[in-house]
Write a protein that binds this ligand. Structure first.
Ligand code: HEM
Length: 503
């Protein structure tokens, strides 16, 4: 999270303010209801800092929001600095926001670091709702992430996953760092699908994108005090992200220029950059031509939104399977039953792995990669459950808390993939107790691209290898601590010992 760095700079000032207002708090402690307005309930607030002290300092905000919501309810109002927030923690209120009032809540806030990364909010993920976002989202859904396009990348996926299996085999019986290996594989698939052959700048690009993604997960103090422009100027994170952004921009422009100068081979599948250049050339004369910056912003989104998410899911699934050996046995038996006759795993029969699909869903329920979705902002005043929500309120949907709520889930904290067998509940954005990809207009458009990057590697890892923890650690002892960021992954790398079942 970016905040702790800024936070440390800010601590002195906050401490001073804290002392200044302390006596007021004692006498004027607001109640859990916001008494002089019809805002939703929320915890008492300090002048100037609002609820920052109760929330942002936490390394895992989705946990602290859940605890607060247990006291103040599923629609909770917070003020973080100058900015009003609502935190949503129930299926019912999530449906109000993401379905009934989706049009009111489909904006994204204008945040300091994402703005730099996203070419002034002109990508898909951080773009404000409007004609530009609609145009890019259409390109994304119809041209870049369509089922046909995803299918055209099948051989890339199979090659990259097969390389993964080979490097694991080479380390049979030894401890392998699955976190590094899975991330490299997913990155490899995205890079080849987006840019074609591996770029000469691959390593630099990869670490730059990684650096940016890590920084984007945090909350910046400057974003909580938009009226104090000095905070933006003082931000070290801003200077850092500007530098990385310039590096990434140079690499991406290089890649665009390369693509434009080389004639595409007839009959060869297009990569995403080629598809974008074609759209750019076809729309040169249109009212909204696609600029080079737009293309760079879109491609960056594919890396930022598509790489850590998919690899994070694979790693959470493997972690849960190692922790739950009976489920591991059952899912391995299914993979064997489907692929034993063939003797190898490919994508043609992945759809037959019904239990594996339930395992993935159950993992996404307990470990949604974006536990608070991406931040939204209201475009106008609105009433939810009788409460007033002012315009420009930032909205956080705690899908992590909803996915663990015993109101909707039996034995909510247990890993039980069976609950999804013969269940109509799916992650397509219509079951509001299960929203790992969000819902409504801003729902993830990359499910079709992301799932094969999860299912194929898992099927291969389970078909070829048995897995155990190193150092005689018992299965149930596997550490599951999370690390907060744009994607919430494991805090500690997943290191396991593979033994070959069949090659
Ligand atoms: C299993 C992997 C993935 C998960 C769990 C995931 C999850 C999400 C979530 C929760 C959101 C925010 C939705 C909201 O605000 O309501 C999102 C947005 C987005 N995702 Fe994904 N995602 C995954 C894979 C991908 C992939 C592979 C791509 C593209 C290659 C992608 C592209 C995007 C984009 C462009 C957005 C922004 C949509 C918008 O604001 O209009 N995602 N994703």
């Amino acid at each position: 999270m970016e905040l702790p760095n800024n936070f440390s700079n800010f601590t002195l000032m906050l401490s001073f303010l804290f002392l200044l207002v302390l006596f007021k708090i004692v006498t004027r402690r607001s109640t859990s209801k916001n008494s002089n307005s019809n805002l939703p309930p929320g915890p008492w607030r300090l002048p100037f800092i609002g609820n920052i002290h109760q929330t942002i300092g936490s390394p895992l905000p989705h946990h602290s929001f859940k605890t607060l919501a247990q006291k103040y309810g599923p629609l909770m109002y917070l003020k973080l600095g100058e900015v009003p927030y609502i935190i949503v923690s129930s299926r019912e209120v999530a449906k109000e926001i993401l379905k009934t009032h989706d049009l009111t809540f489909c904006d994204r806030p204008n945040l300091m670091l994402p703005k730099i990364f996203s070419y002034n909010n002109t990508d898909i993920l951080f773009s404000a709702y409007g004609e530009h976002w609609r145009q890019l989202r259409r390109i994304c859904v119809i041209e870049l992430l369509s089922a046909k396009r995803v299918q055209s990348f099948r051989s890339i996926r199979e090659e990259e996953v097969s390389d993964l299996v080979k490097s694991i085999s080479a380390n049979e019986g030894l401890v392998v760092n699955l976190s590094h290996m899975i991330f490299s594989m997913t990155y490899g698939i995205t890079a080849r699908a987006a840019l074609g052959k591996r770029s000469k700048h691959q390593q630099l690009f990869r670490s730059a994108i990684n650096g940016i993604v890590n920084m984007l997960g945090g909350v910046c103090i400057a974003d909580l005090y938009p009226s104090i422009k000095m905070l933006q100027r003082m931000s070290r994170a801003k200077t850092k992200i500007e530098k990385i952004h310039r590096e990434v921009d140079t690499i991406m422009q290089d890649i665009i220029n390369d693509h434009k100068s080389i004639h595409k081979e007839e009959g060869k599948d297009e990569n995403l950059m080629e598809a974008l250049i074609k759209i750019q050339q076809e729309n040169e004369e249109s009212q909204h031509p696609l600029t080079d910056d737009n293309m760079k912003a879109i491609i960056q989104d594919m890396f930022a939104a598509g790489t850590e998410t998919s690899s994070g899911v694979v790693l959470w699934v493997m972690s849960e399977l190692v922790k739950n050996p009976t489920v591991m046995e059952k899912v391995q038996a299914e993979v064997s039953e489907v692929f034993d006759k063939k003797g190898y795993v490919d994508e043609t029969q992945i759809h037959e792995l019904i239990y594996l699909k339930s395992v993935i869903k159950e993992t996404l329920r307990l470990h949604p990669i974006a536990p608070l979705l991406a931040p939204r902002e209201s475009r106008e005043r609105c009433k939810i459950n009788g409460y007033e929500i002012p315009a420009k309120t930032r909205v956080i949907i705690n899908v992590w808390a909803i996915g663990r709520d015993p109101k909707y889930w039996v034995e909510a904290e247990s890993f039980k993939p069976e609950r999804f067998l013969n269940s109509p509940i799916d992650f397509r954005g219509t079951d509001f107790e299960f929203l790992p990809f969000g819902a409504g207009r801003r729902m993830c458009p990359g499910i079709g691209f992301g799932l094969p990057n999860v299912e194929l590697p898992l099927a291969q890892l389970l078909y070829h290898f048995d897995w155990k923890l190193p150092n005689e650690i018992k299965n149930e002892g596997l550490d599951m601590t999370e690390s907060f960021g744009l994607a919430v992954g494991r805090k500690h790398d997943l290191c396991l010992i593979p033994t070959t079942r069949r090659l």
